[in-house]
Design a protein around this ligand. Structure first.
Ligand SMILES: C[S@@+](CC[C@H](N)C(=O)[O-])C[C@H]1O[C@@H](n2cnc3c(N)ncnc32)[C@H](O)[C@@H]1O
Length: 304
């Protein structure tokens, strides 16, 4: 995340105090597991979210929006609407990927909106519940929010998207099931695929498997201490779909697992228009091998 945001989070953490922050983080993660909202004072609740969740949301949103920007090519994104914006993670990622776009954040939690405004002073932060008509924007983003909103709002968001809509959810079977539903509903309504799928054909992923990706998140020292974590990083798992009004160029495939590297051999599990494939690239095919070595989970593979 941008350094000024990291500094502001550290200052908030110091103001709340370590013991209160740790209690709040534990209460929030227990409440999240049980599908309820933790009842905590605003400062503790917001700071616990900033320290323990926002860096991961940012990492996932940044990875997705970078791919969306790449796929949209020369299409102009002059405005972004962030739905269930929380403390502004996806808006900050949008600022990094579409630096000239005007950003509007819609969030029902006033304390979260206040924090988001601190990080993005030139964005519009609106404290409101997602009901009624949303103003049209070029890009509409809902990061980790549709699962919480619980109403079937995908069509409503799509109607507000002039260029594209992006939905990100946790990379769990449940998160993916929501993404798969949004994908099917909006393709049926005429949307065009942007990412991650290489085609608009029915999703070939079969239960109990689920399509998800991972973004590496560097943990700050306060993040590590609050979570009692030893590693300096974590991998945030996410599922997503990005859809546009107009067709964009799609890759031949998408790498849907971490590539396996063996001596002289790279195995890529890819999703293609023809279904799931296992590509075994050997050193003998020098060009393909060189290309495969640079591929990570979530990258595209080949052009059509
Ligand atoms: C898990 S948080 C994600 C926040 C942010 N997008 C992120 O990625 O860090 C989900 C957010 O959706 C907001 N939310 C849930 N239902 C909402 C609604 N009906 N209208 C507006 N915001 C809502 C919650 O207040 C919460 O801040």
């Amino acid at each position: 995340m941008p350094p000024h945001v990291m500094r502001a989070i550290e200052e908030r953490a110091e103001a709340v105090g370590f013991a209160a922050l740790k209690r709040a983080a534990t209460a929030m993660s227990e409440a999240y597991r049980d599908g309820r909202i933790a009842r905590l004072p605003d400062a503790e609740r917001t700071t616990a979210y900033l320290v323990t969740r926002m860096p991961a949301s940012y990492a996932a949103a940044y990875a997705v929006l970078r791919e969306v920007r790449h796929r949209l090519g020369t299409k102009t994104v002059a405005s972004v609407l962030d739905i269930g914006a929380g403390t502004g993670a996806a808006s900050l990622a949008a600022r990094a990927c579409f630096p000239d776009a005007a950003i509007t954040m819609v969030e029902r939690d006033a304390a979260f909106v206040d924090a988001a405004r601190q990080f993005l002073p030139d964005a519009v932060g609106r404290t409101l519940d997602l009901s009624g008509r949303l103003p049209p924007h070029d890009l509409v983003v809902a990061a980790y929010s549709l699962g919480e909103i619980r109403e079937p709002v995908a069509k409503q968001l799509w109607q507000s998207a002039r260029v594209a809509l992006v939905v990100i959810e946790p990379g769990t079977p449940q998160g993916f099931s929501l993404i798969r539903g949004v994908r099917a509903e909006l393709l049926e309504a005429g949307a065009q695929m942007v990412a991650p799928c290489p085609a608009e054909t029915p999703c070939p992923i079969v239960d109990p498997d689920w399509c998800h990706f991972a973004a590496r998140v560097e943990r700050s020292s306060i993040h590590r201490r609050v979570k009692d974590a030893e590693l300096g990083y974590e991998d945030e798992k996410y599922s997503y779909v990005a859809l546009a009004r107009e067709a964009v160029a799609l890759p031949a495939g998408r790498v849907v697992r971490r590539p396996q590297q063996r001596p002289g051999l790279i195995v890529l599990e890819t999703c293609t228009a023809g279904g799931l494939r296992t590509e075994r690239v050997t050193k003998r095919d020098r060009e393909a091998f060189r290309a495969a070595r640079k591929r990570s989970w979530g990258d595209d593979w080949g052009t059509v």
